[in-house]
Ligand binder design. Structure first.
Ligand SMILES: Cc1cc2nc3c(=O)[nH]c(=O)nc-3n(C[C@H](O)[C@H](O)[C@H](O)COP(=O)(O)OP(=O)(O)OC[C@H]3O[C@@H](n4cnc5c(N)ncnc54)[C@H](O)[C@@H]3O)c2cc1C
Length: 432
């Protein structure tokens, strides 16, 4: 049987949530563009506070990165702590780290309060070292995280790694018990249902093609052109992630879309699944071009990586199946005869400083740059944007940092010179 070029997670969603087929309202308080974790959590929080909100999605609800990812709900941020403190100062970084932990609690609270069946589990994550030097660095990293944030990580020497992973290619590991696993398609679908129940109007196949800011009697508002007609809103939230288009050029310029790909094997025996991942951790390795992998609730090995430095397309998805299968067998020779059943791709939203950002751009609210931490971070940021619109104080540490544009030479016309950026990361991998 051939490999299905479809997202495995979607096959686990019993009933897809669809948007309203009604005509778009003429006027709402807030229009949210994009129905992923960010847009839907904003829609949910706004509706719960009685705000008239419409979420406009170009494709189907949850269609973007939110239904395609690894479902790893991770603590921390991508960059090392000393880099972060050097850039933003100790206080700000402590608030950022606290936000990363709070964002996991928020996902847990939403899942519990809204009764979302998405296999939420506090399984912890394991980072594995691809080089001796990477392992040697773990002790200092864990000590820093303990000192700065009072958060405990556990170092696993190579001699004890078999208790964590059924692979002997790594030099050791580091565990954070706080991280979580979810089925992302079920989670985003549950968020959409929760937002609808709370009173948010969700519209799918409603791509926004143009936005115009207008001022009448001293008050600003926005006129949004969509493929389903026009809608006016007092406030706009841009929650378009890596799929941001030239409908919002100022934001598009600040993002670098990075393709990432995932394969899922056939269902494994419970014994083999346990051998590969005895504690069912969310696992990723220490390279920049990293592999991330986990066992799914029905015992498939789900294995992902940045097999190409481009937004996904049919051909990159196809090529990735074999590249990732080879990567998976390097890690787990036990899977050499295992059939790969699914392959799919998605696009991650990176900012050029590898940080998440939120705030206002052209008078509209936005949040993005979640990279591989978007399950929790996008949920949290969407909720925070809603709170700010409702008049709460802005306590989001990521809204106070500069949001840089692309370094010179990395942008050509309307697209990023991505191979150059790809080469940069490959060199980093080689050097570190
Ligand atoms: C393969 C892959 C693996 C990943 N693994 C993990 C992981 O394990 N853990 C983790 O935390 N994160 C992971 N991520 C990242 C995470 O999925 C994202 O950061 C997160 O889903 C972003 O959510 P979002 O709501 O901001 O954007 P998205 O979910 O991408 O939603 C944006 C939506 O906006 C819509 N849109 C765009 N333009 C318009 C328009 N003009 N009009 C209307 N709608 C529009 C798009 O159609 C899209 O549905 C992964 C991402 C990928 C691609």
């Amino acid at each position: 049987m051939g490999i299905k070029e479809t997202n495995y997670w979607l096959e686990t969603v019993a009933e897809r949530v669809v948007g309203s087929s009604d005509l778009l309202p003429e006027q709402v308080d807030v229009a949210v563009i994009g129905a992923g974790f960010c847009g839907l959590s904003a829609g949910l929080a706004l509706a719960k506070r009685g705000v008239r909100v419409a979420v406009l999605e170009a494709e189907t609800l949850g269609w973007g990165a939110s239904c395609r990812n690894g479902g790893m709900v991770l603590t921390g941020m991508k960059l090392p702590v000393p880099t972060l403190i050097g850039r933003y100062g100790r206080d700000a970084v402590q608030r950022m780290y606290a936000a990363s932990l709070e964002s996991i609690e928020l996902v847990e609270r939403i899942v519990r309060e809204e009764g979302i069946a998405c296999s939420f589990a506090r399984c912890g994550h394991l980072e594995v070292a691809c080089k001796q030097k990477h392992f040697a660095d773990y002790a200092a990293a864990a000590a820093e995280i303990k000192r700065e944030f009072n958060h405990e990580l556990r170092i696993i020497p190579k001699s004890e790694l078999a208790g964590e992973i059924g692979s002997d290619i790594y030099f050791g590991g580091m565990v954070d018990e706080h991280s979580v696993s979810v089925n992302p398609a079920q989670y985003v679908s549950g968020l959409a249902k929760a937002a609808q129940r709370a009173g948010a109007s969700l519209y799918d196949h409603a791509r926004v093609t143009g936005l115009k800011r207008q001022v009448a009697s001293g008050k600003k508002s926005f006129r949004l052109e969509t493929v389903r007609g026009t809608i006016n809103a007092k406030e706009v939230i841009l929650a378009t992630g890596a799929y941001t288009t030239n409908a919002t050029p100022a934001l598009q310029k600040k993002l670098i879309p990075i393709g990432s790909y995932i394969i899922a094997t056939e269902v494994l025996s419970p014994e083999l699944a346990r051998e590969l991942s005895p504690r069912n951790r969310m696992i990723y390795d220490s390279k920049h071009f990293l592999y991330y992998y986990r066992v799914t609730p029905d015992n498939r090995m789900l294995f992902g990586g940045r097999a190409a430095f481009f937004p996904e397309s049919e051909s990159t998805v196809r090529e990735s199946a074999e590249l990732l299968r080879r990567g998976m067998i390097e890690v787990y020779p036990q899977l050499a005869q295992t059939r790969v059943e699914f392959v799919w791709g998605g696009t991650l939203d990176f900012a050029f400083d590898v940080m998440p950002h939120s705030g206002q751009i052209d008078d509209m609210h936005f949040a993005m740059g979640f990279a591989g931490h978007g399950v929790a971070a996008a949920t949290w940021m969407g909720t925070k944007l809603a709170e700010v619109i409702c008049g709460d104080a802005d306590d989001n540490p990521f809204s106070k940092i500069p949001f840089p544009a692309a370094p010179i030479g990395l942008r050509s016309g309307n697209s990023w010179a991505l191979p150059l950026a790809g080469a940069y990361y490959k060199v980093l991998d080689w050097l570190t």
